[in-house]
Design a protein around this ligand. Structure first.
Ligand SMILES: O=CCCC(=O)O
Length: 492
C-alpha cells in the first residue's frame, strides 16, 4: 500500500470520485475561493475544494424547496429505490470511498471500509422504513366523525456533519430525511469534504433528483449560520461537540426549527471483578481505541472494581502497547493521526494534568516520532474523579482507569456528568447488569459488548449529549410531522 495519501488518490479505480466542486441543485459548482484539504498524518496538501458563499447557501435552500414539492409526492417505494441504488453504488465503490476517507480523515483503512458498509446500511434500512411511516386512526369522541393522524415530511432540512465519521453521519441523516420525503442540504466538516462529495456523485448516479440532496462545502460557521437563518429550513441535524450544538440550537431558535443533536459523550466503562479478564480487555480496547479514540462512544472513564483492578491495568496496558500507530493507509495500522492538531494537543494536556495530580503512567505518553498529529496510545491508572480527564471528553487514544469498590457508588460516579450518550457495563451477574442498565443515565447502554451501533438502533444521548434519535424508526420520525385530520358531519 502506498503510504502517500496524494499518491493513493491518483490510484483509485474511479479517480472521478475525487470531486473538487460543490453539488448544488444537481450540478457541480466550482468556486474561486477554495478549502485546503490535507492528509492529517503528514500535513500534505491533497486538493482544493470549492468554498461556497452565503449566496450559494441561499440558492441551495431555494433549490431544495422546489425539489421537495416533487420528492414528497413520490411513493415511498420509489424514493426507496433511489436510496437502495445509492447504497449499492457505495458498496460497489467501497474501496475507493475508504481510501478517500482515510486520506482526508486519517483513520485506518480497515475502519474506513467498515464505515462505508455502516453508512450504506442506513440507506437500505431507511429505504424500507420509509414505507412504514404509518399514521393512526382515533376512535372518535365527536358524533359522526372520523379522526386520523397522517405523517408527512417536514420540508427542507439541513445536516451539519462531523469529520470523525465523514460518510456514516451523512447517510444516517440523509437516509432518514430522504426516505421521509424531505430534501436535505449537507454541510460537511471542512476537514472531510471529499467523502461527502464522493457520496453526492454516487447519489447523482443513483438517480437522485436535482435539489433533493445537495452538498455545500466551505467554511463551517458562516454557512451553518446562514442555513439556519432560513425560515424555509424546517429541521436540522448536527453531530459534533456540545459546545457547538448549543450555539446552533440558539441560532435555530429564532425560526423555531426542529433539532436533532448528537453531541459529546463521556462514556463510563464499568467493569466488575466477576468478568473474564481477556474478554473485558478486548472489549475495552475496542471501546477506547476505535476511530483512534476520536469517537463520541469512546470509553472515557474506565471504572474497574478493586478485585480485578491490578490484573486488568496490567493486561490492558500490555494490549495497548501492542497497538500499531501509523499512517491509515499502511497495512496493520490500528491508530492513525488525530484529524485535528487541537485534539492531539488536548490529549497531551489531559495527560499532563492527570500526572501532575497523581495519576500513574502505565504506558505511552511519549511524543510520537510520526508527527504532532499523532498521539501514542496511553494508559493512566489511579485516575480520580476530579482530574480533567475524568471530567471532560478526551477524543483521543488516552485511557483513564479509575478504581471502585461498590456498585451503588460507581453508578453515582458514572452518572455525575452532564453527558449521557453511551455507557458500557461488563459483569457476569445478570441481576446487576439489569440494575445498571436501568440506573445509568445514558441514551445507550452496552452490556458485555463494545459493539452495539447499526441502522436499526435509536442512537442518541440524554442530558447535554443531545436531542432526538438517529437510526431506527425514531430516526425517521425526526423528519416527519403529524397531521391530525377530522372528518365531521358524516351522518347520512
Ligand atoms: O461519533 C459519533 C458516531 C459514532 C457511531 O455512530 O458509531
Amino acid at each position: 500500500m502506498n503510504r502517500t495519501a496524494a499518491a493513493a488518490l491518483t490510484n483509485l479505480s474511479r479517480p472521478d470520485l475525487i470531486e473538487r466542486r460543490a453539488f448544488l441543485d444537481g450540478t457541480w459548482a466550482a468556486r474561486e475561493r477554495t478549502l485546503d484539504v490535507v492528509d492529517p498524518a503528514t500535513g500534505e496538501h491533497l486538493v482544493d475544494v470549492a468554498a461556497c458563499s452565503l449566496e450559494d447557501a441561499d440558492d441551495a435552500v431555494g433549490a431544495a424547496g422546489k425539489a421537495f414539492l416533487d420528492w414528497r409526492d413520490r411513493p415511498p417505494v420509489e424514493r426507496g429505490q433511489v436510496l437502495r441504488a445509492w447504497g449499492k453504488l457505495m458498496r460497489d465503490n467501497a474501496r475507493d470511498l475508504a481510501v478517500i476517507m482515510t486520506a482526508e480523515q486519517g483513520k485506518p483503512l480497515a475502519e474506513s471500509l467498515g464505515e462505508i458498509s455502516y453508512a450504506a446500511n442506513f440507506l437500505d434500512w431507511f429505504a424500507a422504513e420509509g414505507e412504514r411511516a404509518y399514521g393512526e386512526t382515533i376512535p372518535s369522541h365527536l358524533p359522526a366523525s372520523r379522526l386520523s393522524v397522517h405523517m408527512q415530511p417536514l420540508g427542507v432540512t439541513v445536516a451539519i456533519t462531523p469529520w470523525n465519521f465523514p460518510s456514516a453521519m451523512i447517510t444516517r441523516k440523509a437516509g432518514a430525511a430522504l426516505a421521509a420525503g424531505c430534501a436535505m442540504i449537507v454541510k460537511p466538516a471542512p476537514e472531510t469534504p471529499l467523502s461527502a462529495l464522493a457520496l453526492a456523485k454516487l447519489a447523482d448516479e443513483a438517480g437522485m433528483p436535482a435539489g433533493v440532496f445537495q452538498v455545500l462545502t466551505g467554511e463551517a460557521e458562516p454557512l451553518a449560520r446562514r442555513l439556519l437563518e432560513h425560515t424555509q429550513v424546517r429541521a436540522f441535524s448536527f453531530t459534533g461537540s456540545t459546545e457547538v450544538g448549543r450555539i446552533l440550537l440558539a441560532q435555530s431558535a429564532a425560526t423555531v426549527k426542529k433539532a436533532s443533536l448528537e453531541l459529546g459523550g463521556h462514556a463510563p466503562f464499568i467493569l466488575f471483578d466477576d468478568v473474564e479478564l481477556a474478554q473485558a480487555v478486548e472489549g475495552c480496547i475496542g471501546a477506547k481505541f476505535a476511530t483512534s479514540g476520536q469517537d463520541c462512544l469512546a470509553a472515557n472513564r474506565i471504572y474497574v472494581q478493586r478485585g480485578i483492578y491490578d490484573r486488568f491495568v496490567e493486561a490492558f496496558a500490555e494490549a495497548t502497547s501492542k497497538l500499531h500507530v501509523g499512517h491509515g493507509l499502511e497495512d496493520g495500522t490500528d491508530i492513525g493521526p488525530m484529524t485535528r492538531r487541537s485534539v492531539a494537543e488536548k490529549c497531551g494536556q489531559q495527560i499532563a494534568q492527570a500526572l501532575s495530580a497523581g495519576a500513574r503512567l502505565v504506558c505511552g505518553a511519549q511524543e510520537s516520532p510520526l508527527g504532532a498529529n499523532f498521539v501514542t496510545p496511553t494508559v493512566l491508572a489511579d485516575v480520580t474523579d476530579d482530574m480533567t480527564i475524568a471530567r471532560e471528553e478526551t477524543f483521543g487514544p488516552v485511557a483513564a482507569i479509575l478504581p471502585f469498590d461498590d456498585e451503588r457508588d460507581v453508578v453515582a460516579r458514572a452518572n455525575a456528568t452532564e453527558m449521557g450518550l453511551a455507557a458500557y457495563v461488563y459483569t457476569n451477574d445478570l441481576g446487576r447488569a439489569m440494575r445498571l442498565s436501568d440506573r445509568l443515565e445514558y441514551g445507550m447502554v452496552a452490556v458485555n459488548t463494545a459493539k452495539f451501533t447499526g441502522a436499526p438502533i435509536p442512537f442518541g444521548g440524554w442530558k447535554q449529549s443531545g436531542l432526538g434519535r438517529e437510526g431506527s424508526r425514531h430516526g425517521l420520525s425526526e423528519y416527519l410531522e403529524s397531521k391530525y385530520v377530522c372528518f365531521g358531519n358524516l351522518s347520512a
